[in-house]
Design a protein around this ligand. Sequence first.
Ligand code: FES
Ligand code: FES
Length: 166
Amino acid sequence: MTTPSPSDRIDIDIEINGRRRTVAVNARDTLADHLRNDQNLNGTKLGCEHGVCGACTVLLDGAAVRSCLTLAAQGDGRTVRTVEDLSRGSSLSPLQEAFKKHHALQCGFCTAGFLMSATELLDSNPAPTRADVVEALSGNLCRCTGYQTIIDAVLDAAGQIGNDNG
Ligand code: FES
Ligand code: FES
């Protein structure tokens, strides 16, 4: 098999937010670029674009990944979940409701990334301690909130508010 050049187009079979599709992507495109530019899923944000801020976090086969460091072509045969998949119509998910209740966002630029990292945590650990939440969110940066309201929101969504025993 020959190595594709950056300008090559590659057909991939990818499931995004429950819908499988076959699409042609540029070999050089990141998953974030594909989601935002080709799929019109702009909830995923690009901040640093080099793996530091976590704003671009999505779930790839259930695992939180930096979509700025993941090639779209790596999505072939995989399942992607973005922040757009959390709500149902106009109904926010319990996690999103908890962010709203705890004022866990200000400018909102980081929020999709935090929500997806928290979703990965709650999928694998439905009753996390505060320490679990802090660790799970440690790869996401927020310049507005000071983090405590975000941590409280995740604990509340898990029914663990006040659990400081971690
Ligand atoms: Fe991907 Fe910052 S935009 S980690
Ligand atoms: Fe502004 Fe987090 S709410 S960066």
